[in-house]
Design a protein around this ligand. Structure first.
Ligand code: AMP
Length: 510
């Protein structure tokens, strides 16, 4: 039997008249229409010469037809390659040269810049669901039979956000996508009665696979918004039973005065991921709405790895347990030997969700896997006595101050719990004595009168001395990418001279 994700979806659609999504204008797309349009897109791609295994690069706004294009690409046996809409033509050129897609689909306004850098055919798809690929798809018949795929054949390549060095193409197979979607349906009890308020971008694993893909396999529905806007999301919440968000969605919703228990009475499940949700936000949200946000942990290379329990305690600050078919261990970052319970080390993952390697990059692929097949995520964490996983930060964000390891998340959690702190980020800056010194960047809540001394005083009873920030900076906001991740590279750059700069003739030496 074919292992094509699209074929699996096709087999599961037993009620084609049911709703898959409602778009922003209130138009309904049924499952029947989803399948039919996706087949037309598959036919259109094939008519353009795309062969099974060919990459289809897509840099378009979040539209309904971009979902058809995604499923159509899979049906055609091609490999879907979504690109962040924020990428410039110069950046897109790198992806095109690296992935050599057969077709590029972009917005018409980007055509003048992209057409010269693209060696392949270029088609357009715009925010109003107009464009040359839309016209071509409309001319096709809907009898396209999806191409047979093996479980290990590629379904998608998603480029990692690449905060260090060039971004790498994570190769995801049909097995990766299918196994994870089915596991999430079980874990989160998603049924055809569910309706997801979908406000995430769909060029990233979160909105594309966890959101649109999983809901489709569940036979559930979505309210499909073009972007996240807190007021609009709040307004539409009563129509939905689920929301998936990055932590900033939740902090922005908390800033909406209207958010209360009545607004969320229809919601069954709030889910957060892609970046750490502070324990404080979790508690604030629970107080306001009565809902304990379910935090889960995943990444481009692995889809979802862990989830807080559906029907037991959702522990604020923790990311829960490995999903049913996922193996997770904490290992010594260098030697790779498994560590004992409670120790902090490298989070490593094995399972059907784990990607097939980096596109045309054997060296990086080899470096990312242990000999026994475990993938080294690059995240550090520990498992507590009740089996909950706690992420303490990216390996490369670990601060080593005076020979001691300081895990940024631990300090950030304590900072966030201080009255008047909205959020915080902790980084290391070069320090003449300590190697690295701990630097905290704090965003105060409106009208909060915070001082560096007060902050350090309140931390000192709670954290060992070597973990205390040697310097606290205040900032109106933290630099975040579109998935809500704090860009620590930017912060390290901004504050790199904190302890080495000659300030007024004296070297800062705190
Ligand atoms: P991406 O590949 O862009 O999805 O980024 C994956 C990374 O985001 C992971 O390796 C983690 O560092 C981080 N991440 C994802 N989910 C969480 C979470 N719930 N808590 C903390 N970090 C997370």
């Amino acid at each position: 039997m074919t292992e094509n994700f699209f074929a699996a979806l096709d087999r599961r659609v037993t009620a084609p008249e049911r709703r898959y999504l409602t778009d922003n204008a209130g138009e309904i797309v049924t499952y029947g229409a989803l399948l039919q349009n996706s087949r037309q897109y598959a036919q259109a791609l094939t008519s353009l010469g795309a062969q099974p295994g060919d990459r289809v690069a897509v840099q378009t706004d979040k539209t309904v037809h971009s979902v058809f294009l995604f499923f159509g690409t899979l049906a055609a046996g091609c490999v879907y390659l979504p690109l962040n809409t924020a990428y410039t033509a110069h950046e897109v050129k790198y992806f095109l040269e690296d992935a050599e897609p057969a077709i590029l689909i972009c917005g018409a306004k980007n055509l003048p810049e992209l057409a010269p850098v693209a060696k392949q055919g270029v088609m357009t798809l715009d925010s109003g669901d107009t464009g040359t690929i839309v016209d071509l798809a409309a001319m096709q018949t809907a009898d396209f039979a999806s191409i047979d795929r093996n479980a290990d054949d590629l379904a998608a390549i998603l480029y990692t956000s690449g905060t260090t060095g060039l971004s790498k193409g994570a190769m995801l197979s049909h097995r990766n996508l299918l196994s994870n979607a089915l596991t999430l349906i079980d874990t989160w009890r998603i049924s055809p009665d569910d309706c997801l308020l979908h406000a995430l971008p769909i060029y990233h694993t979160h909105g594309l696979f966890v959101g649109a893909g999983t809901m489709a396999l569940a036979g559930a529905s979505m309210i499909y918004l073009p972007r996240f806007d807190a007021a609009e999301v709040l307004r539409r919440l009563p129509e939905a039973t689920m929301l998936m968000g990055v932590p900033t969605y939740y902090s922005r919703l908390l800033a909406e005065p209207g958010l209360d228990k009545a607004f969320v009475s229809n919601i069954r499940l709030f889910i957060s991921g892609s970046a750490p949700l502070s324990a404080q936000s979790h508690k604030d949200f629970q107080k306001r709405t009565g809902h304990a946000i379910l935090e889960r942990y995943g990444m481009t290379e692995t889809n979802m790895n862990t989830s807080n329990p559906y029907d037991r305690e959702r522990r604020p600050g923790a990311v829960g347990m490995p999903l049913a078919d996922v193996e997770l261990r904490i290992a010594d970052p260098k030697a790779g030997a498994e560590l004992s319970r409670g120790e902090t080390g490298s989070i490593e993952i094995r399972g059907p969700n784990v990607f097939r390697g980096y596109w045309r990059n054997q060296e990086k692929t080899a470096a990312a896997f242990r000999r026994d097949g475990f993938f080294i995520t690059g995240d550090l964490g520990r498992i507590d006595e009740d089996e909950y996983l706690w992420i303490v930060g990216r390996d490369k964000d670990l601060i080593i101050s005076g020979g001691f390891n300081v895990y940024p998340a631990e300090v950030e959690n304590e900072l966030d719990a201080i009255d008047g702190v909205a959020e915080s980020a902790v980084i290391g800056a070069p320090h003449p004595d300590f190697g690295e010194g701990v630097v905290a960047v704090v965003v105060p809540r409106e009208a909060a009168a915070l001082t560096e001394t007060a902050i350090i005083d309140s931390l000192s009873g709670r954290l060992a001395r070597y973990k205390l920030p040697k310097q606290v900076f205040f900032s109106a906001a933290l630099p975040r990418n579109t998935m809500g991740k704090v860009q620590k590279n930017n912060l390290r750059q901004t504050y790199r001279e904190t302890f080495t700069q000659d300030v007024g003739g004296t070297i800062a030496e705190r």
